[in-house]
Design a protein around this ligand. Structure first.
Ligand code: AMP
Ligand code: MG
Length: 278
């Protein structure tokens, strides 16, 4: 059962036609129980991936302000041991970063084989905020989709599984979340006037997202649109997608570890035999 909308290569996406709410087929309690099960399975898979060192996993989280990127990361990290999973957040580029090509700062943060990294924002900001705020000319950002596809293909060809999630919330839900933040003393530190200003650019952001989703969903690095208006459902949808992605690899990772074990034991035996003859 997949709760995310997997964007087919070249598919034209109209976000307003895609459901942002939770499915009626699952209750909050059922979702919580399922997330626990998925979490155990995912933790095992990530451990296996780490030990086998044949593949890595990159999870890219994008979404409009308040869409729940931080909450999603908290959920994943609540289940996966910190040893194998890192988080990289991408903010306004520093002077040094801005002096390089837009992928420079990103490439160094990608996971190696065996590792898992979650991106809180990513290279997609360079076709989102950079486009909406006209930080670069159109001639520049329009070529970036191809650069992104080549970059992600390189990662995939190097054994890195690339999963990209767009956290889909409605404009009404965002308003509610911003107002809730204002009322909650534990959350109001997250607020800024900028959030309300950005909200005025909602249609421009949606346009930019729809283009990125259409142009950069490829066979090896597809986009998934996550219904994210309901937080517990969003967590379920993502935990399920990530767990399912790793599942088919477990067999070959296990086999490689068994093979390695056999080799190690044989080497040890040979070493002992050699010691005896001395
Ligand atoms: P936050 O995720 O709330 O900590 O905010 C990070 C800010 O950095 C957001 O406003 C992003 O739009 C901004 N940001 C991230 N990457 C870029 C980029 N490549 N160019 C310009 N702004 C960016
Ligand atoms: Mg913010």
């Amino acid at each position: 059962m997949s709760y995310c909308h997997l964007v087919k290569p070249g598919e034209k996406v109209k976000l307003k036609d895609i459901h942002a709410g939770h499915a009626d087929s699952v209750t909050k309690e059922e979702a919580a129980a399922r997330v626990l099960e998925l979490g155990k399975h995912l933790d095992e898979s990530v451990e296996l991936m780490y030990a086998a060192g044949m593949n890595g996993l990159l999870v890219v989280l994008q979404g409009i302000d308040t869409s729940g990127k931080d909450g999603t990361i908290r959920c994943i990290l609540g289940h996966v041991s910190g040893q194998a999973c890192r988080v990289s957040a991408f903010k306004v580029p520093t002077t040094e970063e801005a002096a390089h090509d837009f992928l420079w700062r990103v490439h160094g943060q990608t996971p190696g084989r065996g590792g898992m990294t979650i991106f809180n924002r990513s290279h997609y900001e360079d076709v989102l905020v950079a486009r909406v705020h006209k930080l670069v000319r159109k001639e520049i950002w329009k070529d970036r989709y191809d650069h992104i596809n080549s970059f992600e293909q390189l990662l995939a060809d190097s054994g890195i599984l690339v999963m990209k999630f767009y956290l889909h919330i409605t404009k009404e839900e965002q308003e509610q979340r911003l107002l809730d933040r204002e009322k909650d003393p534990d959350k109001s530190w997250k607020l800024s006037v900028g959030d309300w200003k950005e909200r005025e650019l909602w249609p421009d952001y949606i346009n930019a997202y729809e283009d990125a989703l259409e142009k950069c969903s490829t066979k090896d690095a597809p986009w998934r649109i996550v219904p994210a208006n309901t937080k517990w459902f969003r967590d379920l949808a993502i935990m399920e997608a990530v767990t399912d992605e790793l599942k088919p690899y477990r067999k070959v990772w296990r086999e490689s570890l068994v093979e390695r074990g056999v080799r190690e034991v044989a080497e040890l035996k040979a070493y002992r035999a050699q010691m005896k003859t001395k």
